[in-house]
Design a protein. Structure first.
Length: 444
């Protein structure tokens, strides 16, 4: 009787808080090059296209290693994979501050991307293992908020480093937290809740979505009624069998469609806003380092809030439907990138515009990760998400190069028009994939 009345532990929320911090640091290691770019460009006399290539090399290494990382996480588990990826990311980030040639910089930038590949797969796989279905959207929103909180902190930290040191110290300073956090993760987190000494039986059952009768026998929670409404016709909600093998995942258009949509959105956020925005503010708006640092942070402040809101809305207001916010964010991005072609010179209005752009993009960002959780089994999820995230990183590979070429030949307006076209492609492709009936739900 005492055991039955015992309150369940809440260790899963500590785990997601740790993921928030870890991925915040990982994203900071990725974003810090944005403020180093003007100084690298000047020191090595590089064109915009050459700088675009350096930016893209991270995403090339990161993107091409997503599927191998998915199989690696599936085999080694989240505990080892996350710690190893984070440790190597920090080591290669440190080495970027010691380069003596452009070639060394290019090689190390690619290696930072390769090392970070298991980090993102392990993060989402942890959420899939450690949270029940009804909390996965919220948890993913927290995880992705951390991914944008890192770039939010990068501008002021980089501005301080540049004022007191030089661009090389950006990479030296940013490498330190990841080493410490990799060790913390390995000590405190296990592959599954059942393996953790910090998780009691009540929480383990809650996460596994099972209950126990008087004799202690396990059974699934009762299915929840799902109300089929007008929006379900538009997003094509249907009952689908989870993809339970690698072969079925590689044959699924739903996974490839989500990957293409994610490619467009990640290309906009990571390939352009994270990497090129400081240069846009410094050179196009003639802002100081401090002022550009403040404005460069605004879209990521919007990202943080948007990811938190988007995950909660997806779980609660949309009853675990994921496609609506994917499509809504794409429409809003088309509008906002159009407004960037007439961006105001007033820094306060420009900051508001950038904040809104970041917020609206982020509302649907977490839905891509959670969508794969509904389409694949827990065992095959790392592979399914690896395909989706590889698509995202291919966008981040292509966009910096495209931006560099556009800037060498046209203007920033051409860049923002191209981003609007990418968002329109995302909308069309996401429309074609099916919305799975939420796990444990039954049609009324």
């Amino acid at each position: 009787m005492i055991d039955k009345l015992k309150r369940k532990s809440q260790y899963r929320w500590f785990v997601i808080a740790l993921i928030f911090i870890l991925f915040m640091v990982a994203q900071a290691d990725r974003a810090n090059i944005g403020f180093a770019i003007p100084f690298i460009q000047k020191e090595y006399d590089l064109t915009n296209s050459e700088i675009g290539l350096i930016i893209s090399l991270f995403f090339a290494g990161y993107g091409l290693c997503q599927i191998p990382a998915g199989f690696f996480v599936k085999r080694k588990g989240i505990r080892f994979s996350y710690a190893a990826g984070m440790l190597l990311t920090s080591v290669f980030t440190f080495m970027m501050g010691k380069v003596d040639s452009v070639w060394h910089l290019k090689i190390l930038r690619a290696l930072v991307g390769v090392s970070e590949a298991p980090v993102v797969i392990s993060s989402t796989a942890t959420i899939n293992n450690w949270f029940p279905t009804k909390e996965k959207g919220t948890a993913t929103g927290i995880f992705l908020a951390g991914s944008k909180f890192g770039p939010l902190l990068v501008p002021p930290i980089c501005a301080w480093i540049l004022i007191h040191y030089d661009w090389r110290h950006i990479f030296l300073f940013f490498s330190i937290p990841g080493v410490i956090l990799a060790l913390v993760w390995y000590v405190l987190v296990r592959n599954t809740p059942a393996e953790s000494r910090f998780v009691n039986q009540q929480e383990a059952d809650y996460i596994a979505e099972v209950s126990r009768d008087e004799e202690g026998s396990r059974r699934r929670f009762k299915s929840r009624a799902f109300r089929y409404v007008f929006i379900d016709r538009m997003i094509r909600t249907t009952k689908l069998t989870p993809l339970d093998s690698s072969r079925s995942i590689f044959r699924s258009w739903d996974i490839y469609g989500a990957a293409i949509g994610y490619m467009c959105m990640v290309g906009i956020v990571d390939g352009v806003i994270m990497s090129w925005l400081p240069k846009y503010l410094l050179q196009e708006h003639k802002l100081s380092i401090v002022a550009s640092a403040a404005l460069a942070a605004t879209p990521f402040a919007g990202n943080v809030i948007g990811n938190l809101c988007g995950g909660w809305i997806s779980d609660n207001l949309l009853a675990r439907r994921r496609k609506p916010l994917m499509m809504f964010s794409a429409v809003c991005t088309i509008v906002m990138t159009g407004l960037m072609t007439i961006a105001p010179q007033n820094p306060y209005l420009l900051g508001l515009l950038l904040f809104c752009l970041g917020f609206l993009i982020a509302l649907g960002y977490s839905a891509y990760s959670v969508y794969a959780m509904a389409r694949a089994s827990r065992e095959t999820y790392p592979v399914a998400y690896a395909i989706i995230n590889m698509g995202g990183q291919l966008g981040a590979v292509c966009m910096p190069l495209i931006v560099g070429v556009l800037l060498d030949n046209y203007s920033w307006n051409a860049v923002f028009i191209t981003l609007g076209i990418a968002a329109a492609l995302c909308l069309v492709v996401v429309f074609t994939i099916r919305e799975p009936l939420p796990a444990g739900a039954e049609l009324e």
